[in-house]
Design a protein around this ligand. Structure first.
Ligand code: LLP
Length: 438
């Protein structure tokens, strides 16, 4: 038995179908995993995770040797994942003291961490500096002054990048578009604020401006926006080199690389993103020393490796309108369909090859009408107790999960060669009330 054709590039790479018609990932049968760990359950396929890391490192460094791949922790991070990224030679992009402390707890070398964010607090910057963070990616004039003061008080010089806004629309969801002028992130180039930021940073004695950064949005299903952004960024570099004797040692076009969620919308290959980014930089370089290239994939590293597994419960048919089939998870573990209208596919994990028979809407169990995971999907006729797997769930589901309705966030199991390893246990009712004061 084999994986249904449309799902081949969506499910984790190790996916198979067992002789019993069960979905198998990383050599582990999902029916058995559900029995052992309960549902909702999140699974990560270690093989897919490592291959994505190696693909990014390989495709970029083979074209541009001086590349550092930084995993964007916001897609999801926990100590076990951080350790894996360390083993694969990645650096980290962190966006809060919390992400920094997870990395630290995992023993990650923080000199390979870059701290982003449009409003880092004084406490976060103090913490980052005292733990020897590699770089701070400064996002505002307020932060330039704040960081100068903190660096001076700690007697340190901090290496910084400036986050710039190149004014390029990457044609993704409005809520995840970041590199346009009307964005809370970065110094816009077009308004002259980016130039002023370079000039200001160069004068501050405890800040060492080593590079420039931009991030356009996420997910980006085209490669052209990266070329356009680099053109704007590199023209700006040329200008500030001449005007302010700025020297570009590091350059980042950010992350945002797409993955496949549904069969009809394939993303570009990693090699295509790598080609457009590195060729634009190489064409511009001329006699200059090649700056270090930083790229920040988040979704494209963990997205495909992750699968959410749910159990079917109640069904409700509204005659002539639609049939709702409810699962035991929903917007608490995956809010993306609700806030971005994100689309997913589903597989019946306990009978993968059963014929598709009816169109249903897969609803969550949360007390909100909008809690629908997948609308109008054609699936085998579902019965209570069936297991529904939703692939491409590794990015921004768990990291945006909540305890809405006082639900318990799901456990995560890492799968490899037939072995399952819990990397996060299911929350308990005690966890729910841990911070409450009686
Ligand atoms: N670098 C910076 C500065 C970023 O802001 C982001 C994502 C990334 C890298 C990583 O982007 P990725 O490679 O993962 O696409 N919650 C949304 C996504 C928000 C992304 C925020 N920034 C979602 O669920 O689609």
């Amino acid at each position: 038995m084999s994986i249904p054709g449309g799902l081949v590039n969506i499910l984790p790479e190790t996916s198979q179908v067992s002789p019993e018609d069960h979905l198998v990932i990383g050599g582990c049968d999902l029916v058995q995993l559900a029995r052992e760990y309960g549902t909702p359950l999140y699974l990560f396929d270690e093989g897919t995770l490592r291959r994505r890391c190696r693909e990014f490192v390989g495709e970029f460094t083979s074209r541009y040797a001086n590349t550092q791949v930084l995993y964007a922790s916001k897609a999801y991070s926990n100590p076990a994942l951080v350790k894996l990224f360390q083993e694969e030679g990645l650096g980290l992009d962190v966006v809060s003291a919390g992400e920094l402390m997870i990395a630290r707890a995992a023993g990650f070398p923080l000199e390979r961490a870059y701290f982003h964010g449009n409003n880092k607090t004084p406490q976060e910057l103090e913490l980052a500096l005292s733990h020897g963070i590699g770089r701070i990616v400064v996002d505002s004039f307020y932060e330039l002054d704040l960081l100068e003061g903190i660096a001076a008080s700690q007697g340190k010089t901090v290496q910084i990048l400036l986050r710039l806004s190149p004014g390029i629309d990457p044609h993704t969801h409005a809520k995840t578009t970041t590199g346009i002028i009307d964005s809370k992130f970065g110094f816009p180039i077009a308004t002259g604020q980016a130039e002023e930021a370079v000039w200001t940073a160069q004068k501050l004695p405890h800040l060492d401006l080593v590079g420039l950064h931009c991030h356009l949005g996420s997910p980006i299903f085209e490669v052209e926006p990266y070329a356009q952004a680099l053109e704007v960024l590199l023209e700006f570099v040329y200008y500030v080199e001449t005007m302010y004797a700025f020297q570009l040692k590091e350059l980042s076009p950010g992350g945002g690389f797409a993955i496949q969620y549904v069969p009809e919308i394939p993303p570009p290959r990693v090699s295509e993103y790598a080609e457009v980014i590195t060729s634009n930089i190489k064409n511009w370089l001329g006699a200059r020393e090649a700056p270090r290239l930083l790229i920040e994939p988040g979704r494209s590293i963990v997205g495909r490796a992750g699968v959410a597994l749910y159990t079917v419960g109640a069904s409700k048919e509204v005659p002539g309108i639609r049939k709702f089939v409810s699962l035991d998870g929903g917007m608490g573990d995956n809010i993306r369909p609700v806030i971005y209208g994100s689309r997913y596919v589903a597989v019946v994990a306990n009978r993968v090859s059963a014929p598709e028979e009816e169109k249903v809407t897969l609803a969550g169990k949360y007390c909100e009408s909008g809690d629908l995971l997948i609308e109008n999907i054609t699936l085998p006729r579902l019965r209570a107790g069936d297991l529904v797997a939703i692939p491409a769930s590794g990015a921004y589901c768990l990291s945006m999960a909540s305890n809405y309705n006082a639900s318990l966030r799901p456990p995560i199991v890492m799968l490899k060669e037939g072995k399952a390893r819990v990397i996060r246990r299911r929350e308990t009712f005690e966890d729910l009330m841990r911070c409450d004061v009686w």
